[in-house]
Write a protein that binds this ligand. Structure first.
Ligand SMILES: CC(C)(COP(=O)(O)OP(=O)(O)OC[C@H]1O[C@@H](n2cnc3c(N)ncnc32)[C@H](O)[C@@H]1OP(=O)(O)O)[C@@H](O)C(=O)NCCC(=O)NCCS
Length: 166
């Protein structure tokens, strides 16, 4: 969508935090993603560890980077319902991969996608790996997931970025 711009986050984007938190909470209630608190989103945005999709300065989509010791995780991916299936989610993930590679060259770029975002991730160069191949640290958010009782036989399929973007 030509009129949608993708921008690396800056302090000016903090105005979108309340709206973004509500959008994410709605999707979290449907078990599509984990919930994020305003404070954590604000920190991610302030550190320029996120990308926004904006249409005429209105919030359209968001994706962030969560820092682990060994990894940088693509997280909190969301596109407003009325803007979906227009490749905005794919554009956000592509931009945030570039950001991750630039800012965290020594870390593996990972994603814990759901069904739709796994489609995006596979197309952009991620590969699914067994949970046993990941360091324990990334499972610390699992107690907040409704599938925790079935871990590690849950639906979560972690992926690692395998190739450089062209
Ligand atoms: C996941 C999400 C960000 C995708 O955003 P989007 O802008 O619609 O994604 P894209 O338009 O780039 O679509 C990417 C691919 O997924 C497919 N897709 C998108 N929505 C789909 C749907 N509801 N059902 C089936 N396929 C879908 C597209 O057809 C496209 O496939 P293609 O590349 O083979 O053509 C968006 O659906 C969303 O915000 N969902 C709610 C939050 C969420 O689930 N976040 C992910 C947490 S891991």
């Amino acid at each position: 969508m030509k009129s949608v711009v993708i921008q690396v986050s800056k302090l000016v984007h903090l105005i979108y935090v309340p709206e973004l938190t509500i959008l994410i909470a709605r999707e979290a209630a449907k078990s599509n993603m984990l919930a994020w608190e305003e404070k954590a989103l604000a920190e991610q945005i302030s550190k320029s560890n996120a990308c926004f999709a904006l249409h005429k300065n209105r919030l359209v989509g968001y994706v962030g980077l969560a820092e682990w010791n060994a990894y940088v995780e693509i997280s909190a991916l969301i596109v407003k319902a009325e803007f979906r299936q227009k490749k905005i989610g794919s554009a956000l993930v592509k931009k945030v991969i570039q950001l991750a590679l630039e800012k965290f060259p020594s870390k593996e770029v990972i994603i814990l996608p759901n069904k739709i975002s796994s489609r995006i991730s596979l197309k952009l160069g991620f590969q699914a790996k067994a949970k046993t191949e990941f360091a324990q640290e990334i499972w610390s958010a699992c107690p907040n997931c409704k599938e925790i009782a079935t871990f590690p036989d849950c639906h979560c399929q972690p992926m690692i970025f395998q190739k450089r973007l062209t």
